[in-house]
Design a protein around this ligand. Sequence first.
Ligand SMILES: Nc1nc2c(c(=O)[nH]1)N[C@H]1C(S)=C(S)[C@@H](COP(=O)(O)OP(=O)(O)OC[C@H]3O[C@@H](n4cnc5c(N)ncnc54)[C@H](O)[C@@H]3O)O[C@H]1N2
Ligand code: MOO
Length: 498
Amino acid sequence: MQYVQRRLHLSIRERRRSVARLPNRSSSPADGSPPCSVTPRGTVGIGRATLGLMAAHSTSPTPTVPDRVSVEAHIQRLRQVLDPALRSRTTETLLLGPPSDHGLQRVTTGRISAAEVRAPLALPGFDNSQMDGFALRCADVPEQEKPFMLPLAGVVPAGTAAPDLPVGECLAVMTGAPIPNGADVVIPVEKTAEGFAVLDSAAAGRKVSIHFTDSTGSDTQPGKFIRRAGSDVALGELILRPRDVLTAAKLALLASCGIAQVEVLQRVRTLVLATGQELRRPGEPLGEGQLYDANATLIRAVCEGFGHTVTTAVIASDAPAEFQSALDTLITQHQPQLIVTAGGISAGAYEVVRQALAERGVHFGSVAQQPGGPQGWGVLESETGPAALVALPGNPVSCAVSLETLVRPALHGLDPVCPPQRRIQVTAGEHLTSPLGVRQFRRVELKTQDDGATTTALTIGGPSSHLLGHLARAHALLELREDDTEVPVGAQREAILL
Ligand SMILES: Nc1nc2c(c(=O)[nH]1)N[C@H]1C(S)=C(S)[C@@H](COP(=O)(O)OP(=O)(O)OC[C@H]3O[C@@H](n4cnc5c(N)ncnc54)[C@H](O)[C@@H]3O)O[C@H]1N2
Ligand code: MOO
């Protein structure tokens, strides 16, 4: 995790002093010292970054909550910004076989195919036995003799070339061994009196016959227990399409066809930025008024579950210029297709993400859901291509809920690797209230009744979006609809499994 915190080292006493000096915002440095680059909350700032921050304050209207859009409408907005960014991914070649000298990485499940693949050989590649047994010609079985007997001409192990079957005789064949030329049926070893015990005698040069115990004639049907060449996959058949998710079975199929390399889409590269000058990284000392960053860890974990390669950074500054410069450096370094920020987007005086990105074409608005009302979305163009920007609210529960209710559905529609939301029907275990016009997601634990048919949802804590401890204990998010002002005990609702 990277950490950007250049403002830092302002003591609490200095902060208190500077709060008292607030009215002097536009004053110039009196001591001729170089301009300080970042303005912390509640301090007098001087210099370029400070002026930028003040300009943002003076030109932007007093923050108001604009009209809220529905959850579904916001998912569509996210798709519009995600689509060009995800499409800009290039492809890479990965290995199916043993590691090569070319330094190629081995392919893993969950990657997305980038090209069409046709079978370069048929599967099975040759007619072979489905059973350990004896191959023979149906026409050699005496019409009236049931059971019957045939002399043994030899043994065919797997991995050898198909021998010719002498007329009137049989050959022992192992599962997967090629069907001898002329044979048209395999009879399993269990259907013989001698079994494979006679193979040693045959190997020693003694003449051996096999007694087939079939008394009905059902064992000697042409083709029985023969796996025909091409019966699974025909030569030239389409075995992989672009955008197919590589499952274990698909990888095994490619390997079966002798394909050593596969062309896949790059993983989505995601840059996660936790913002707010109050943040410290876990493991660091905590000053007064500071708290440990939860969102970088949260978003990383969720986005890795989406199949992304994730880089995280904490930008512990509320100065837009500081944020811009850290963001641009990180974009150049990591070339992300997706940037997820957390915090700094609502109605405060120091909303660093909103102030820094509104002028770069990122939109900010409100979604009719709670937690997770404030949202930002846009595309940042750079030399490295388009990056979708998704700005999430800073409260950790708002952040987590937004990822489940907005980001996951938007990504799932565009990226087959991203797993969909998992929804189940539940019964409200208590009377609940919810604000009109807002879709509320409540943290719940689920109890399945002994009959297994009913799952009851019981809330853990209230709806406030700082209650991360409650979220960590929850099994699901209970969805209360926009018109759900009162939800009686026993009402049926949907819940999103966490
Ligand atoms: N006057 C209004 N105030 C607020 C409104 C509003 O509409 N009018 N919306 C509220 C809602 S709803 C939310 S959600 C938050 C979202 O605010 P921001 O996205 O600007 O987030 P911050 O102010 O930066 O932080 C909110 C809260 O979360 C803590 N935080 C932030 N980042 C982290 C992190 N990485 N790890 C742990 N905790 C974090 C931060 O310290 C704040 O306590 O705004 C409401 N206010
Ligand atoms: O919408 Mo905020 O995300 O409730 O707490």
